[in-house]
Design a binder for this molecule. Structure first.
Ligand code: UDP
Ligand code: MG
Length: 148
């Protein structure tokens, strides 16, 4: 089954959105496979966002991610990468549809509350980076009520 890496950024934690965000993924029917509350250092944040190192916003982005604890998660389910990105909304909250997490809870692109992997391959890399110890093995008892 497909997995994605989701991270509630420091602003999402500070603003008390953790429960709301986890609830959206849970209620959709996705399965929580890993979760940790962690403050990362600069080298780690730079590694997570390595693909963006040439961007003008890179330094500010790294500063933002290390500015406080984040909630790092692995969610599993059919098409969870693409659907997770839809639940999150467009990168710039000004363009995120109402009903999406960023559309409902964010205003500025540099304070957009949440990260989600953009492809199955990047999800695999991000899960390996954030959860080197591995993730939980379990199957939800709701499985047959969610999948036909
Ligand atoms: N970002 C920013 N300014 C920009 C573009 C992106 O501060 O002009 C930040 C924003 O927090 C975004 C993150 O960099 O979530 C990673 O950018 P990406 O293009 O990967 O967007 P995402 O995949 O998070 O939607
Ligand atoms: Mg991205």
């Amino acid at each position: 089954m497909e997995q994605t890496f989701i991270m509630i950024k420091p602003d999402g934690v500070q603003r008390g959105l953790v429960g709301e965000i986890i609830g959206r993924f849970e209620k959709k029917g996705f399965t929580l496979k890993g979760l940790k509350f962690i403050t990362v250092d600069q080298a780690f944040a730079e590694k997570h966002y390595a693909d963006l190192s040439a961007k003008p916003f890179f330094n500010g982005l790294v500063e933002y991610i290390v500015s406080g604890p984040v909630v790092a998660m692995v969610w599993e389910g059919k098409n969870v990468v693409t659907t997770g990105r839809k639940i999150i909304g467009a990168t710039n909250p000004a363009e995120s549809a109402p009903g999406t997490i960023r559309g409902d809870y964010a205003i500025d692109i540099g304070r957009n509350v949440i990260h989600g992997s953009d492809a199955v391959e990047s999800a695999r890399k991000e899960i390996a980076l954030w959860f080197p110890e591995g993730i939980a093995e379990w199957r939800s008892s709701q499985h047959s009520w969610i999948y036909e």
